[in-house]
Design a protein. Sequence first.
Length: 491
Amino acid sequence: MSEEQVASDRRWWALVVLSIAQLIVVLDATIVTISLPYAQADLGIADADKQWVFTAYTLVFGGLLLLGGRLADYVGRRRIFLIGLTGFAVASGLAGAAVSPGMLFAGRALQGLFAALLAPAALSLVSVTFTRAQERARAFAVFGGVSGAGFALGLIGGGALTQYASWRWCLLINTPIALATAAAALLVIVRDVPVRREGGYDLPGVLLVTAGLASVVYGFNRAAQVGWGAASTLTLLVVGVGLLLAFVAVEGRVADPLLPLRIPGELNRAGSFLVALLVPVAMYAVFLFLSYYFQQTLGYSPLRAGIAFLPFPFGIVVSAGIASKLLPQVGPRVLMLAGAQLGVVGLIYLAQLKVGYSYWAAVFPAEIVIALGMAQIFVAMQATALYAIDDRDAGVASGLLNAVQQIGAAIGTALLTTIAVQVSTRYAHHHPPTPALPAHAAVHSYDVGFYWGAGFFVIAAIVVAITIRVRKLDAVSAGDEFGRVASSQRA
């Protein structure tokens, strides 16, 4: 076997390792969803505090993603990747072994911290490992497919582990997987040379963006609990936006910024970041309300509810394979527009849901259509977010992509939960009380949530039409140029 073939095989094995790491991060966002009631009963968590199982993770994860991405650039992506995996394994063990609510919340916060190192390091390693246009398309297809399927797989895994083992295994399962992945990474991921810094660390930028992102994410979490008009919600959101605006002002003036403004300043990348903000809102409309529908309306067990989401990972895997072949030929614009339109169709179909409808007729077709669309968006979005990016900026650009997705998820949870509660209450007030009224009110609120999700897909399509200009030939030449730049820098 030639030296070139050995290097090629090693790259693809590295992609397997990086994809598993990404799956661990994405799974952790949803795997505890089904198990939460069992953890709450076991540890005596108060209703007012149970949201911290999610908030402790998302707050730290969202707040530290940009810093994690920049550390990957400056310290070494492989090194930060290994630190993130090992730390995540330890944090998962701590959370899974919790004997009190505080210990569980602390473990979840530590998971968020190490995930903020792991996620941008993994995506940037994909970007700098695969430099040829055709290979990059295939690599991003695999990575994007894993990102999209991970949400549904988390619900499936959470249901199975909760029903047949314990809620603790929804957390403990990460420990052996993360440690095994770290061991494999030592064998197949090539050690990279950290980017040379031209000045000191941008400490003002680090403090501003970390506090700003955490404040915005927590503000949306508070909105889901106490409403949009509450003083705490408004204060957190206003302070968070103010800190982020101050961060932008600082980044335009310092010599070695945490986030060079040239990264989101390029039109195609800016569009992909906006799409990454909008799509998770629509996705949460699907996963949030279908999870309620399966368990509360249809009475599914945790495992059966998880299995009901199986069309998503299967559809995403198939669609991602198609996207990998189409991306170099038609470019990201066509794929993202097609994916958004499929999302609109699927969510409008779901919005016709009524009490008594069957899963196979009312839900299954929509799941397939939405899954096909999600994969097209994720594959093209991740490739475009790192379009023509310099090797020195790959980590922080990956961190920014993850950060905006995290904010989108927080917006989706807060906005759609609030809308569903208001719609359900209004429906109940305008209909005569019957034993079936709560079920009809709940399903009606899900339908409205699905329409809102479709609206966000429409907005995403408009953003794509305006901002994504890179075409077939541009994408190929950009990939080749990136390969030359990256190779010269590594040399």
